[in-house]
Write a new protein. Structure first.
Length: 335
């Protein structure tokens, strides 16, 4: 019976979905992408296989990200994606339905909460617990969330950036900003379109960001070449980009993230700000891996910044720890 419907924790992200299986740890880490036939609505691929379809599909096939800004944008496709991921990792039983912990953005509305819960229940979950992403990230980072001390955590995902101050197992202040990793990619796409008259796809922009993207000057980075489509002739065109140029292209979304951190400190009570100064700022999420972003935030706030042990896995690990200790962490669930 142990192989049927084990309890799970899920980081249902705009860019990636991670699943933690009770007693086993993280067992799935795949892109939140679904490819389907637009005529028959048949699901063709999910996750890493579907991501390869982005920008390369014929007319009758569509590859989409069913989550936008951390919440469900397409209910039916999200449901199909969750079901597919669940079946990848375990057999679902009609009799032994699992409980599941799901991470959601802090600014989520009641309607969006209901959509997440219904999507999980429709695919066979018995009980659904919702946990805010910054809280899960703090637990995953090993912070003592029950202490009467202020701790700031910045979670930069694909669709949202969450800047939260946590004390006594509750969020004292949080700002959810719909600017994150995807917006950095779009900034690169816009820059190439306007400055080089070249159109590139989402995957190419993400690769460029990973190769030479940075928030501060990094002399060791070398120029990077990519091939796109000439806007005027539609012929393939090779463009060589410098790290300085890409940093300039991403300046607007990076500034918005830094400004959100500065604003959070401004609105946080003085005693908690003192605690944050002593403890430092903790950063999680894939977007926090952008080179030099921690140093830039340090320079602006004059507070030490620490990347969590594994920023990409911190939220999934935190929700998994909450799953393993439901009674201990019952105060952190928001439904």
């Amino acid at each position: 019976m142990s192989i049927f419907s084990k309890n799970m924790a899920m980081d249902l992200g705009t860019a990636n979905t991670l699943i933690y299986l009770k007693g086993q740890g993280i067992v799935l880490n795949e892109p939140s992408v679904v490819a389907f036939n637009t005529y028959s609505k048949e699901i063709l691929a999910v996750g890493a296989a579907a991501k390869k379809y982005l920008g390369r599909t014929p007319q009758h096939i569509s590859a989409v990200r069913p989550l936008k800004d951390g919440v469900i944008a397409d209910f039916a496709i999200t449901q199909a994606m969750i079901r597919n991921f669940f079946l990848k990792i375990q057999k679902m039983s009609r009799f032994f339905k699992p409980s599941v912990v799901i991470c959601v953005p802090t600014g989520i509305t009641q309607v969006e909460k209901k959509a997440v819960i219904e999507a999980a229940e429709e695919v066979g979950c018995r009980k659904v617990y919702l946990i805010e992403e910054p809280m899960a990230a703090a637990i995953g980072a090993g912070l003592d969330i029950n202490a009467n001390r202020g701790r700031m955590i910045i979670d930069i995902g694909g669709g949202t950036t969450e800047v939260a101050v946590i004390t006594m197992a509750a969020v004292a202040y949080c700002e959810s900003l719909r600017v994150a990793g995807d917006e950095l990619n779009e900034a690169i796409i816009r820059h190439l379109f306007h400055e080089h008259k070249v159109y590139i796809g989402e995957n190419s922009a993400e690769k460029c960001k990973i190769e030479i993207g940075s928030a501060i000057d990094m002399p060791e980075l070398k120029p990077y070449s990519l091939i796109g489509k000439d806007v005027i002739t539609s012929n393939p065109k090779e463009v060589t980009l410098t790290p300085q140029e890409i940093r300039g292209a991403m300046q607007e979304p990076i500034s918005a993230i830094v400004e959100a951190v500065r604003r959070a400190l401004e609105k946080t009570p003085t005693e908690l700000v003192t605690d944050i100064y002593e403890e430092g700022i903790h950063m999680a999420g894939g977007g926090s891996l952008l080179r030099g972003l921690d140093k830039l935030i340090e320079n602006v706030t004059k507070i030490d910044c620490h990347l969590t042990k594994d920023p990409l896995l911190a939220i999934a690990m935190g929700s998994g720890i909450a799953l393993e200790n439901l009674k201990e962490y019952k105060k952190v669930f928001i439904n």
